[in-house]
Design a protein around this ligand. Structure first.
Ligand code: SAH
Ligand code: DHB
Ligand code: MG
Length: 218
């Protein structure tokens, strides 16, 4: 299996099924033009987040790590009229690009961007959130998971991006703090009786990576 084939299959899914509209394409294009790194979720992953939000009938969504707001738009589109999404981003430039993308998508009234380190914003939030998407600095995943859990209700979902990193997550001796953060987060998920969790590897336009999903049951 080659990376080219993974990408071609993702492109096929996007054409036949995912149906990004003009606002989503613009969010990606504007983000790239503004110099943001090209690390948003893939279109089919964005749509998965959208489907998960609809599945739990999310009225309130929390995101840690906004970038240009591509994943945010997919999730916010699953909200009812009076729903809200709070997204945390420490880079003011990313936040500014994201806000412009939300306005263009007609979602500005549903989305609040809080600029600053996520770990400082999280204690000021009140729950519950029906869906939390953790996608910022991976070294802090254990802290973000604990906060997402604290801000959840029974039945909430917590989704964590980039939990495989091309398989580097296997290296328990890694000196990479992001790998260590991902591994400690798995341990926290496994030890936490209030969640039922799994992880899935993905291949595609983002290479070999994966998602962890936890359902809050207690
Ligand atoms: N969720 C986005 C991608 C997020 S990329 C999408 O899929 O479309 C990760 C983002 O997290 C970057 O914008 C980065 O600036 C932000 N970030 C990194 N460390 C952070 C921190 N400590 N607090 C808040 N945001 C952080
Ligand atoms: C990186 C971050 C992400 O959230 C992602 O989905 C892919 C890559 C990164 O920091 O390299
Ligand atoms: Mg990510």
């Amino acid at each position: 299996m080659s990376e080219t084939l993974w990408r071609d299959v993702d492109s096929y899914f996007d054409e036949v099924l995912v149906a990004e509209d003009e606002a989503l394409v613009a969010a990606r294009d504007n983000s790239r033009a503004a110099g943001l790194p090209d690390i948003a979720v893939a279109p089919n992953q964005g749509k998965l987040l959208h489907l998960l939000a609809r599945t739990v009938k999310a009225r309130r969504i929390l995101e840690v790590g906004t970038l240009g707001g591509y994943s945010t738009i997919w999730m916010a589109r699953a909200l009812p009229q009076d729903g809200e999404l709070i997204t945390l981003e420490h880079n003011p430039h990313h936040a500014e690009v994201a806000r412009a993308n939300f306005a263009r998508a007609g979602l500005a009234s549903k989305i609040q961007v809080i600029v600053g380190p996520a770990i400082e914003a999280l204690p000021s939030l009140s729950g519950p959130f029906d869906l939390s998407f953790i996608d910022a600095d991976k070294r802090s995943n254990p802290d973000y998971f604990r906060w997402a859990l604290k801000l959840s209700r029974r039945g909430s979902l917590i989704v964590i991006d980039n939990v495989v990193r091309g398989g580097r997550v296997l290296d328990g001796a890694s000196s990479d703090p992001d790998v260590q953060g991902i591994r400690r987060c798995y341990e926290a998920l496994a030890a936490e009786p209030r969640v039922v969790a799994t992880a899935i590897q993905t291949v595609g336009i983002k290479g070999h990576d994966g998602l962890a999903i936890a359902l809050v049951v207690g």
